[in-house]
Design a protein around this ligand. Sequence first.
Ligand code: PMV
Length: 366
Amino acid sequence: MDTAQFISKANTNSVEKASFTWQTPSNIALVKYWGKSNPQIPRNASISFTLNNCHTITTIDFMRKRNSELDSESEKVVDFDLFFEGKQKDAFKPKIAEFFKRIQEYCPYIFDYKMTINSENSFPHSSGIASSASGLSAIAMCLMSLESELNPDLSAKEINKKASFLARLGSGSASRSIEGPMVVWGNHPEIEGSSDLFGVQFPYKVHPVFDNYQDAILLVDKGEKQVSSTVGHNLMHEHPYAESRFTQANENLSKMSEILQNGDIKAFVNLVESEALTLHAMMMTSNPYFILMKPNTLEIINKIWEYRTENNSNICFTLDAGANVHVLYPENEKEKVNHFIENELSIYCQKNHYIYDTVGLGANKM
Ligand code: PMV
């Protein structure tokens, strides 16, 4: 695979001091990624809705080290401080240090700077909403802003592509948090330009029924997950159904591509829910097995099914690797469904907490 294209070119400019702020979104997969090989190569292609309200805002201040501060070649370390919501957060440092290690080959300039990272999420901390996608894509965009000052020749397209490539090395799904409204990650014969190395905007015209699609995130469980995504992905290595799952997911992406273009919303509902339950079925049939859904997850699913039948609605649900439920519905049902959520679903949420979101357009420079 051609990763050499992502190694930064020799700097044409010198930058002593710089500061960049990016707002980048979370995303929710419609066809799920679960299972990978090294280094962060997905075993099947996936597609997601980019979100809008659930995002991270990150500023990185870069200060060029003086020559005397530069490390010798053998002792190079990436020098950074990390603040989350205004407070120094050393607990998050190992994950970010590991991320820098994975990308240093592609961004060697990170050794030349002392970085101060300030980050905050629009959604409550430990709400159970995965923050790695928005968090890592924001850092990737800040790095690319520096890189484009060092190398002003980079086009906007190249910047986004490399940002997605870098974000992927931190967390696979983060590769889908640079652009919007729909992003495919993973090489797929029917999606032009798709790649295992970075996410691409869904390249075909999407039916207007999916414009401004709604996603209400019901926070069933805000606690830490018992099984991390990393462990879950690894359990796919010995999984008895892994190969057929990867084949199915790629077939489902073909179907989803057609649905997004022809606007067959009934087929959308069916495919999205089937993907969510299949993801969780993979968890339940791993060894060791685990269950991330909670009783209230199932209560909500049953209520959604009841509501759909009674109201001839196109509401559906999806899940990520946790107990929270993403309720998806077209904009023309917004008023009625929001009522339903407030009156009948919020009781299943921790502290009645839910977040209204919509499909969004990706990273924003502040
Ligand atoms: O990006 P990771 O390693 O946190 O994995 C995310 C996996 C799912 O959210 C469960 C599915 C997906 O495609 O986003």
